[in-house]
Design a protein around this ligand. Structure first.
Ligand code: SAM
Length: 277
């Protein structure tokens, strides 16, 4: 008997995987967590029924949320804050920079870290890096009450449901801004411009006027809704085209050409965002 996983991206379309082996299914105090092996994408992490990552294409998202800010834009990225990211993929990419002295990961759900360590070895390995501090708490609370300042803040969060809802509000971005050191850069994943355009537009209106500079950039991600994903870079003082340091070896998606092309917006998106960006 064949077992298939299905995630609907709208009322009548989505993605489906033929499951080879179910590895984990559990419920944390925050969300349902599933991990299974599928025929063509390796192991898949699913939270509340939504694909977070697959072993085959996770490198695209984790490279794109991290390298544009760390490699190009910030002059001296020593202290990094990651909100969410309990699977460790973003931590792995950040740790490729010797300039980085300390990474603070604020992940609300300890279960996600434990499950990723147990079943997603190619992704969670950096969670053992001595430069990493993991705090199991709500990112909204952390940025509101911490006194710390960070050179780069990466919002590697899940979709705006469950524990992540409050991560898409103006007050949260204002508090993130307060946690940025001088020349600090904030990057957030910004959902699918194809399948979740309303969410992207809401996010843009939440942050409108908050930062001197905002840069929207895109990448393709095969297993995400619409196969295309948006990221938002924000800060007071950066030049998106000013390369500060060599690209660390080992990236499989991000490179100089991708960096130049990633801010080019397709016409449908330009028209849809008219006035919002
Ligand atoms: N890195 C994955 C990817 O490739 O897209 C997906 C993101 S990661 C799994 C999303 C994480 O955000 C989850 O582990 C979830 O528990 C965490 N999260 C959700 N709401 C949060 C909050 N309010 N504070 C901190 N972490 C939160």
């Amino acid at each position: 008997m064949e077992l298939w996983f299905k995630e609907l991206h709208d009322a009548a379309s989505g993605i489906t995987f033929k499951i080879k082996e179910y590895l984990y299914s559990g419920k944390s105090p925050f969300q349902k967590i599933d991990v299974f092996e599928v025929e063509t994408y390796g192991r898949v992490l699913v939270l509340d029924g939504m694909v977070m990552l697959t072993e085959r294409d996770e490198f695209i998202y984790h490279e794109m949320i991290c390298h544009p800010a760390l490699r190009v834009v910030h002059p001296d990225p020593e202290k990094i804050l990651i909100i969410g990211g309990g699977d460790g993929g973003t931590v792995r990419e950040v740790m490729k920079y010797s300039e980085v002295k300390k990474v603070t990961l604020v992940e609300i759900d300890k279960e996600v870290v434990e499950v990723s360590k147990r079943y997603l070895h190619n992704i969670s390995g950096a969670l053992l890096d001595p430069r990493l501090e993991i705090r199991f708490e709500d990112g909204v609370h952390f940025v509101k009450h911490s006194e710390d300042k960070f050179d780069i803040i990466l919002l590697d969060t899940s979709d705006p449901v469950g524990p992540a809802v409050s991560l898409y509000r103006k007050e949260f971005y204002e508090n993130c801004k307060n946690r940025l050191a001088q020349n600090g850069i904030l990057v957030t994943q910004a959902e699918s411009p194809w399948a979740q355009l309303t969410t992207l537009k809401n996010l843009l209106s939440e942050i409108k006027g908050l930062f001197h500079k905002t840069t929207l950039y895109l990448s393709h991600i095969p297993t995400y809704p619409g196969g295309i994903w948006a990221f938002l870079m924000m800060g007071e003082n950066y030049d998106i085209n000013k390369i500060q340091r060599p690209l660390p070896p080992g990236t499989k998606y991000y490179n100089d050409d991708v960096h130049i092309g990633m801010t080019a917006l397709p016409q449908y998106l330009k028209e849809a965002l008219d006035g919002n960006y």
